[in-house]
Write a protein that binds this ligand. Structure first.
Ligand SMILES: Cc1cc2nc3c(=O)[nH]c(=O)nc-3n(C[C@H](O)[C@H](O)[C@H](O)COP(=O)(O)OP(=O)(O)OC[C@H]3O[C@@H](n4cnc5c(N)ncnc54)[C@H](O)[C@@H]3O)c2cc1C
Length: 474
């Protein structure tokens, strides 16, 4: 009987280190057949046998990270430090950012500063990195975006990558790609150019006061209605949490146009101008992390022409699903980066702080929880990289069918991890960790949101269970 156990044998190829799993064998006969096996294997396609399993970050991505670092040092840090702009990031951050007397919305100066950061990043060619070349981008891959998002988050709070506003020197533009793939030529012309020029901002209205995870049970209705000889739709309903609506001139309103409650088919999406008669912001929801740009709105007999229909009639949910995997993997990568930041800061602090006359770091009660988090961070990071790299080899429908469970695993575990790491950082730092003079409370409050919003933790676990138990995917 051949007794074998698996051993990881590293092999070098042009691109860097690759690991292949080879059995360890005992007898001479076994060794001969083993040698033959590996020779035959090597003669076949390297790809087939896994020589492409490369764990190095590609050189061009590493080079790009260095370029981004230089840009931050040259153009973003000085901006962050001038005119007391640091108030938006230090212990005064929540106060400085929030216009408390204006429904808790973001202060104008705060959004102006973010706008200037984006203008500089665009002028330097970074902002649109992930977009196709036709829109001034660099066709950045999912892997590159994951590595970049992690890298930027690992630097901690700053204007280069603001958490609360989800603004970064390397932008995420899901809506541009939605319009490219589903817009009519007129919509593409108006909205893609408008969004890139900053004249058009579009919010996203899927969730309702009584329906979030179960969005297919939405109560908002759109019915055909002709006005002044123009065919169109009359929309009635309520929407909740339409992020960014305070500055948006359009809202993507999802409404049932046919079918039964709960059916995915029969929901359509409409581009509704926010100044349309009957479109009303009812209130801004104050959240764990302020300021807020998340209102509840009502739509009372809002009329739009047929040209406002965005994407297929009755098939509007494809829009909501179009970018979900890209968003989730990028968010997971940010979670990993922010978690690593919390861990690294805690290790450094534990070495420097000396309660009872010796370094805090000498206590296992301090070491072990951080070590556990560090271990988890390494594992989630590797799954994020692997999944992002796999996404780059697949079409969107293939990603949805074959690896949406892996994307969900990355997302929910990274969201959880960063919350645990921020919480642990507060603990290791003691009183000052709990204060706003350290960034951990901010990191916690921001990332806590993603355990609910980007497909909640439970909904993503349900996705993984669906693949595991065979009721979705593959
Ligand atoms: C800050 C913020 C920004 C947002 N931005 C937007 C936006 O721009 N546009 C938009 O349309 N929406 C937005 N949302 C809404 C967000 O997508 C929803 O909050 C989310 O989908 C969850 O829906 P819900 O809040 O109605 O919770 P519910 O669906 O009521 O769920 C309540 C809890 O029960 C869990 N749960 C639900 N079903 C199950 C189940 N079958 N098994 C086990 N557990 C379950 C959920 O995970 C959740 O924890 C935002 C929300 C927030 C907080």
């Amino acid at each position: 009987m051949v007794r074998s156990r698996l051993n990881l044998v590293g092999r070098r190829n042009r691109a860097g280190f690759s690991g292949t799993m080879r059995p360890i064998v005992n007898s001479a006969k076994d060794r001969h057949s083993e040698a033959l096996h590996w020779r035959q294997r090597d003669e076949r396609s390297a790809w087939f046998w896994g020589d492409k399993m490369d764990f190095d970050i590609p050189e061009e991505i590493k080079t790009y990270l260095a370029e981004l670092d230089a840009f931050i040092a040259r153009e973003i840090k000085p901006l962050e430090e001038q005119d007391d702009n640091i108030r938006f990031f230090d212990h005064r951050r929540e106060y400085a950012r929030t216009d408390w007397d204006n429904d808790g919305q973001p202060r104008h100066e705060w959004e102006e500063l973010l706008g200037e950061m984006r203008r500089r990043a665009d002028a330097a060619g970074h902002l649109r990195f992930a977009l196709p070349k036709e829109y001034g981008g660099q066709d950045g891959s999912n892997l590159a975006m994951a590595v970049i998002r992690e890298h930027l988050a690992e630097k901690g709070l700053g204007l280069h990558n603001d958490l609360q506003n989800e603004s970064s020197i390397v932008g995420n533009f899901p809506q541009v790609l939605m319009f490219r793939d589903f817009g009519t030529p007129e919509q593409q012309d108006t909205f893609i150019n408008g969004m890139l020029a900053g004249t058009h901002r579009v919010a996203f209205g899927l969730t309702e006061p009584d329906h979030g995870s179960d969005a297919t049970w939405m109560e908002t209705r759109a019915e055909p209605c002709t006005r002044d000889g123009v065919d169109g739709w009359l929309i009635n309903g309520e929407k909740m949490w339409n992020t960014g609506l305070h500055v948006a001139n359009y809202d993507m309103i999802f409404a049932r146009t046919s079918g039964d409650d709960g059916a995915a088919r029969g929901i359509s999406c409409f581009l509704v101008p926010t100044d349309a008669p009957g479109f009303k912001i009812e209130e801004y929801l104050w959240t764990f992390n302020m300021p807020t740009d998340h209102p509840r709105i009502s739509l009372t007999d809002v009329w739009v022409p047929d040209t406002a229909l965005f994407g297929p009639r009755d098939g509007g949910l494809v829009l909501a699903q179009h970018f979900v995997h890209e968003n989730r993997i990028r968010q997971a990568a940010s979670g990993v980066g922010a978690a690593q930041y919390c861990i690294s800061e805690s290790v450094a602090y534990a070495k420097a702080r000396k309660p009872f006359g010796k370094a805090l770091a000498s206590n296992q009660a301090i070491q072990f929880p951080l070590t556990e988090l560090h271990t988890e961070c390494e594992m989630v990071r590797n799954l994020v990289y692997k999944t992002a790299a796999q996404m780059d080899t697949m079409t969107k429908p293939e990603v949805a069918q074959r690896i949406s469970d892996k994307v969900s695993m990355c997302n929910y575990r990274a969201n959880r991890l960063v919350c645990e790491a921020a919480d642990r950082a507060m603990q290791v730092h003691g009183g000052i960790g709990y204060s706003r003079h350290k960034p951990f409370e901010h990191i916690y409050r921001h990332h806590r949101r993603y355990r609910i919003t980007e497909g909640s933790e439970e909904i993503q676990i349900r996705k993984v269970a669906g693949h595991l138990f065979g009721f979705i995917g593959k």
